[in-house]
Every structure is written in C-alpha cells, then in structure tokens.
Write a protein that binds this ligand. Sequence first.
Ligand code: FES
Ligand code: FES
Length: 195
Amino acid sequence: MPYNLPLLRAFERTSSTPLNALSQPALSYEGEDGARMVVKFRVNGDPVEIHLKSGDRLLVDVLREDLQLTGTKHGCGIGACGTCTVIVDGYPVASCLQLAAMCEGADIRTIEGLAESGALHPVQQAFVNRSALQCGICIPGHVMAACALLEKHPDPTEEEIRASADSVYCRCTGYVRILEAYREAIALARKAAKG
Ligand code: FES
Ligand code: FES
C-alpha cells in the first residue's frame, strides 16, 4: 500500500505498522464485458464493485474516471506531491500509486465523503475560514491528510502538524495559512465534540 510516507511517520506514533495489512489479492474473473477482475470495496460508506480489464489501473483513475469522484486530484503521479491523498482503512494513501486491484475489501474515503447533511467537515471549514488556498489543486490532498492525522491524533504536536502539511505540496498558497487551518480544525473539532 503506497502510504503517504511523510505523514505516516507522524501518524504512526501510537499505531502498529499497517504495512502489508491492507492488501489482498484480487479475484480472477472472465466477464462478458471483457473484465478480468472484480474488486469490491467501499467508497465514502457506499459499496462499490469495479470491473477491471487489467490489474494495473490506479485507484486515483478509478475514483476519477469510473466513479466520477474528481475531487481527488492527479498531480505528479509518482507519489511525491500528495495531492491524490485519500484515506484507506484509516490511513493516508497516495492513490496515484495504489493499484485498484489491491483494494479488495478496503474502506476508502475521499474529499466528497467529508461533508454531512450539507455541513462542511471541521477540517474543510477551517481551510475556508483561513482562506488557506489559491488555485485549490492541492487542497483535497491537504484536507484528507489533515483528517487522517486528526482522526488518529486529535491533539497532534506542532511537529506532527507540520509533517502532515509537508506531506502535500502546495505551490501557490504557502504554508502559513495551511498551518493555521490545521490549528483551527483542531479547535473546531474539539468544539464539535463538546456539542
Ligand atoms: S499525484 Fe499522487 S503523490 Fe502526486
Ligand atoms: S492552493 Fe495552489 S497548489 Fe496549493
């Protein structure tokens, strides 16, 4: 599983290593549609079944092209920029390196799954409140990376916040507002938890 490694280093302070824990072999299949594999997983809580003609299709492409979830962006394609980050079984993953065929049984979350009943997720709201974006291309990756971190560590250290922000390249906003958004997201999440 191609984890977002810079973030994972901060993320893993209390977790057992997830490496090799998520991948399962895809099923062999010969469908009338020419598909050779059927892979089932969940995306934002909904069950999904995809038919793959080859085993080399990337999760980012399946999300964007097959499922029309275009909030996940395809940037560098080599696992370096983090803009394609999604959450797989609770871990931040570079979807441009993740084979869809290896996602059997996974629970995948994308930026489209964060808002509930029309209300933005606290991390999304914090990025809006702090105007922590310009072109916006990197922001879904930042938001998903921040969500993954805060779900695991609701009270992260400054070092962990910076490691998470550093795991997604932003070429136009700069990181001051993004770091402010992380800190505001923590405050908003605390407030929401208190009701
Ligand atoms: S597009 Fe996946 S890390 Fe850059
Ligand atoms: S907002 Fe433009 S690259 Fe980050």
